[in-house]
Ligand binder design. Structure first.
Ligand code: ZN
Length: 327
């Protein structure tokens, strides 16, 4: 079913994005939307915290972005109203998931007076909670269990190498599964570890703790844009039940709006994945822009519901190298 008002919104957003990009020459100079997950002072475990940046690297990135200009997502949706035509601001800073360690980023970005957007998975908010992919990583790499039965086979977890191999293989197999099969497999896995294992592991690895809603609200009140990253971080792949994808979009939006008291307008695809129906599903759910993790700069022809993002890979030198490869 199509909704005329949603079509109008889609065309308005796409048209204004295109006009602004054309006018500002931003395509040539490149607007990068940067996707971070978290910050750590020092990594405790390279595998577990592989998506996190060191605070010192992030500070350097921030100075680099600051020199080139940082914009808000609002600037992208209403560029003409912002006088964006003559403005060459070129970076948008985003963080996915909602880890409590993002409060470090909040401090650094507040000091630098730069805007950013936080995409949260609503069911995971709270100090004792974790998204299923984080739970899998903690249990498989550090949980108390020597031998695991999962996905119809046995996995040895006696040594670190065995644990890493099992984690990689199981994660790889769970990600493309429909949510209910994945949840069933996670229940089976969870049941083989001691009852309070996740509490212990989140104590041991505090960088993986999630923010509370109070913290999210405080960031929102301070001007940080809060976007959605789904309810349960379910991946929008083609094998996913369309009703699961719809619920992830609609329910997370509602919950964020209830918690922070502002409209939730933006979405980041969990795992960066999307399917042929995604753009249409995003419009129908009332979002204005959505972000993948497909690397690239935004272009006038970019679909506003499938915008690329750049995931910085470490030092500023590495980031500059990544950018040179995208040009
Ligand atoms: Zn995520």
């Amino acid at each position: 079913m199509r909704f005329p008002t949603i079509d109008l919104l889609r065309y308005a957003v796409r048209d204004s994005l295109r006009k602004w990009l054309d006018k500002s020459g931003a395509c040539e100079s490149g607007i990068g939307i940067y996707c971070y997950h978290g910050l750590v002072q020092k990594r405790q475990d390279k595998q577990l915290e592989r998506n996190f940046q060191s605070v010192s690297d992030f500070r350097e990135h921030v100075q680099f972005f600051r020199r080139h200009g940082v914009m808000t997502l609002e600037n992208l949706t209403h560029p003409l109203a912002q006088g964006g035509g003559s403005d060459r601001r070129r970076a948008v800073i985003t963080f996915d998931d909602g880890y409590a360690n993002n409060l470090l980023a909040a401090e650094i970005l507040a000091e630098a007076k730069l805007p950013w957007c936080l995409f949260v998975s609503t069911a995971a908010m709270g100090r004792q909670k974790a998204m299923w992919l984080v739970e899998l990583s903690l249990l498989l790499l550090h949980g108390r269990c020597d031998r695991l039965e999962a996905l119809g086979q046995a996995w040895q977890l006696r040594e670190r190498k065995e644990r890493e191999n099992a984690y990689k293989a199981i994660r790889y197999r769970l990600k493309p599964m429909p949510a209910n099969s994945c949840r069933q497999a996670m229940n089976e896995i969870r049941g083989q570890f001691p009852a309070s294992e996740m509490e212990r592991l989140l104590e041991q690895f505090p960088s993986l703790r999630m923010m509370t809603w109070e913290q999210v609200k405080r960031l929102s009140d301070a001007g940080v844009e809060i976007g959605s990253h789904g309810v349960e971080h379910e991946i929008h792949h083609p094998a996913q039940d369309p009703e699961v994808r719809r619920r992830e979009l609609v329910e997370s939006k509602k919950e964020i709006e209830r918690q922070v008291g502002k409209r939730c307008r933006f979405f980041a695809f969990p795992n960066g994945d999307y399917c042929d129906h995604s753009a249409q599903e995003l419009e129908a759910a009332g979002y204005e822009l959505a972000f993948t993790t497909r690397p690239g700069f935004i272009r006038p022809e970019s679909n506003p519901f499938l915008l690329p993002r750049i995931s910085p890979g470490g030092s500023l030198a590495k980031l500059k190298h990544q950018l040179s490869e995208l040009c």
